[in-house]
Each structure stands twice: as C-alpha cells, then as structure tokens.
Write a protein that binds this ligand. Sequence first.
Ligand SMILES: [Zn+2]
Ligand SMILES: [Zn+2]
Length: 435
Amino acid sequence: MTQRLACLAAVLIVSPGFAADLRESIAQDYDAHLADLFTYLHANPELSMQEFETSDRMASELEAAGYTITRNIGKTGLAGTLRNGDGPVLMIRADMDGLPVLEKTDLDYKSTAKQVNLEGIEMPVMHACGHDMHMTTLVGVARRMAALRDRWQGTLLLVGQPAEEAEGGAKAMVADGLYDRVGRPDFALALHVSAGDPLGKITFSDGLMYSSADTVRINVRGVATHGASPHLGKDPILIGSQIVVALQSIVTREVGPLEPAVITVGAFRGGTAPNVIADHARLDITVRANTEETRYQLLDSIERVAINTARAAGVPEDLLPEVIIYSDGAPTTNNDAALARRVRAAMQAGMGANSLMEYKQTDMGAEDFPDLVNVDPPIPSVYFQVGGTPVEDLESGNWAGHHSGLFRIDPEGSVTAGVEAMTLAALEVLGRPPN
Ligand SMILES: [Zn+2]
Ligand SMILES: [Zn+2]
C-alpha cells in the first residue's frame, strides 16, 4: 500500500513540464556556479582524512544554500541540514578525498597539488576517482532542493564524508556520533561517477552493487642463513611464494564455481641480498566477495593455507606466519529493493526511460558507504552510478579508468545528470504532490 502511494506521488510530482523546468534550472546552476566549483575541487584535491580546505569549501557552499552546518564529524567530515516540516529524514552522501596519484591529463584545470600523507611522505594528489564530481553534484542538489522547498516535506541531511579511499571515513563518522549529532536518517542515497559508462546514463541494481573488500597482511617468518647453505634455514621467500600459489586454489577449489571471489596478492616484499636467505617476507593481499558468507570463508581459508603451507615446509610452531586481517574492510554494498524500484520509477518519469541502463557488475570494486547504513536497524539505501565519458570517447578507447593519472570525466554532462537523478530520487522520498 505504501509502495503504491509512493509511486503515485512520483508520477504527480514529475509532470513533463516540471521535468523540463528542472533540467533547465540545473543547466543554469551549472553555468552560474557548479562549473567553477568543480574546477576548484579538481585543481585542489586532498588526501584521505586531510580534506581540510575541501571541507571548508563544502561547508560554505552548503551554508550559502541555506543549510545548517555541523563540522568535524570523523575529523574532516561535515553535514548540512535543511528542515522543511514533518516527514522522513533523507541522507545524501558525497565522499571528498583525492588519491596519491600524479595527474597526467592535459586538462587546463589539472591538479599539480602535493600533500604530506599521514605517514609523513609527500605525495602528488589527484581526484582520480571523481569525488570532485560527487561533491559538485551534492552542492547542485542542495541548491535545487532548497529552491523546490514547496514540493517536499521532511529533513534533508547532506553529508560530506572524508576518506572513502583509505582510512575508513564512513566508519569514522558513525563512530564520532554522526547520527547523535544530526539525527538518524530514514533513507540514504549516494552516487558514483563511472568513467566506463556513457555520459549521463544512470545505472543501479535492486540488490548488490559492489563487493566487499578486506586487506590481509601475512608476515611470513623464516630462519636466516647463507644463500649457499639453504638446508640450515627456512626460506621465507620460497614459503611466501608457495603461499601465493596455494591461495589461488581457495578461489578455484573451495568457493563454489558460480560465486565470484578475488584474492590478489598486490605486494610481496622480502630479502636483502642474493646470497642471504632472509628471516621474513611480507604479503599484502586484497580480498573481494559478493556475499558476507564468501567473505568470511575466504578470510578463514587464507589463514589456514598460510599457516599450514609454512608447517609443511617445516617452519617451527613459534615461527608460523602471522595473518593480520585489517578491521577497516568494507562490507558488500546492497541497494534496498523497494527503495530502488521507487527511485527508478521517479528517474524514468523525470529523465526518460533511456536515461537509465541495466546495471552489470563488471569487477569487484568496493565502497565504504555501507558503513554509513549498516547500522542497527539498517537504513534502506540506494547507490547509483552516473556515466562520465562521452560515447564517442568510449567507442574510440579515448578514456582512462578510475585511479589512473589519466582519469578524466566530462564534468558538465555528469554533474547535471547526477543532480537531476539525485533530485528526482530525493523528491520521490520526501516529495508531496503540488497543491
Ligand atoms: Zn576510488
Ligand atoms: Zn570513488
């Protein structure tokens, strides 16, 4: 029943005239304001948990749009609140961090920024994942929703989240009392620009969006000896290599054949000289799964394989590998099916059915957004993607993936589609039919 009423509301709110006006207003916002904001954010990226100036700029943008600002939630995080009578509380989140990547594009607003990271090392910084697009879109939605106040009722809670790429910013905001300080949302929305999707096309599923991601470190311990006397020691590089190979059989022989899983040993460090057998080696691993069940199966199996591979090599019990599973891993990102259907209907009504594409998971990327919504009880949420690359560039191969120094998206096309889609989704959640 609620479902039917909600769908009815979407149809009434999004009349063809309203949809055309909305698109025009967003285009005007882009020229008047959002283009400059995007350029500023792109040229001035900051690393995870160091988004100081970014956070200042976002606070002043949201404040200027009429929102009440709460700062320093989870270090650099912030929230802007707009209360507009009784009704649901809707949270919309944008992540704010750049990456330690040297920008290699030829954009005239390219980043030349450098920043000292949390380990004290100076790094080049680039918005190589498009979080500048997410923030610009959030400000666009803030302005549009403030202007459309007579069409909705409730509370809009816009969140600028630090550290999506590293350091667990979503978790940090919740741990720092986000919901005690600004209220608990009834629903939540977020988006990501997608360089691999056609410009402006919206795509999301009714369920799984992204995989889980965990980081595992294996400290392989051996017994040092001369490289010419291997029989007197235990070689951690050989044992580490056997572990790397054995880990692959977890995916091929333990996880069901129809269940996606990834175990990637991204770093293998050990040894000092050709004629020395070292006493330790280190493997750094990323682990991806599409269900929490497979996630924990993989993590348990990695530990078993590492320890018993060393045992088989005769490593003494007190020198077996140390397997560290970092607790800042991201769970799977899952859309709420009922909310996804409502949001899709609203976007189709406002943008036209061919603005949406079927969602297809093509890799095992992850997000920390679920850490904001997997609270008790969970907050129903929808996460969607907005295409960022013109079709002709996709077809000619003239584009680069996320986290590349060559990453670039079309800001105008992606931001305006993002603002439109998110505004329609927000009106679906908070909207009321016009009088
Ligand atoms: Zn990223
Ligand atoms: Zn990202």
